[in-house]
Design a protein around this ligand. Sequence first.
Ligand code: PEP
Ligand code: MN
Length: 262
Amino acid sequence: LVSRKSQKENTVVTVGATSVGNGKPLIIAGPCSVESYDQVRKVAALLKETGITVMRGGAFKPRTSPYDFQGLGIEGLKILKEAASEFGLKTISEIVDPAHIELAGEYIDIIQIGARNMQNFELLKAAGEVRTPILLKRGLAATLDEFLHSAEYILSRGNTQVMLIERGIRTYEKATRNTLDISAVPILKLESHLPVLVDVTHSTGRKDILAPCAKAALAAGADGVMLEVHPDPATALSDAAQQLNFAEFRSFLAEVKDSGLL
Ligand code: PEP
Ligand code: MN
């Protein structure tokens, strides 16, 4: 079902007035984690001002260490919804438990399935049963074929509103947190009709190369880019080193817009 052979036209994913996959690139931005109402509201105001329509923010955080901040859970989803609705934004947040998929639809507009759960097949099946759009992240060490098979799990259960996102893969290279596989973009676009995005924050793990990587993604045909922004990155409870502050976010947008790709 995900194959370009089964459907020639691009799938367009619709979230309110925003559509993805129809030529106009989507920018998804927001903090790594929802930490407080005040924090999210500041980001929401910035996004509104800069013309961004979809805000991210993790409430269930899949952390490497059990001692790291695990997220605010459902309370985090409520905060995200409240701040977003004040500014007329749509929201995306990661869900990690199949039992939360249905409930998530009450709070968020797009459900993110994280890299670590790309092959959590029960989660994929649950995501296929609802009609909330899904953003599926590529696994840390997943081939493109495995990635597409995971998307197939969702479509095969009836949810056709699926977007794919390249978020970097494990290689021996240490200069970046992961290796951004830019070739994944044109390959996925050739193989599948689903929208393809690139997460420049998690793929690179360094804020000094976000803009060139975003431009590369869009030049390669990506339907959108995701990145993290925080009112005070130094105090962030997760990914403190790589979230942009507001001034950096404005420069990022200006540089990418300047290229004519956005
Ligand atoms: C995220 O986007 O919040 C995240 C945890 O990313 P990934 O699943 O790609 O590591
Ligand atoms: Mn993060």
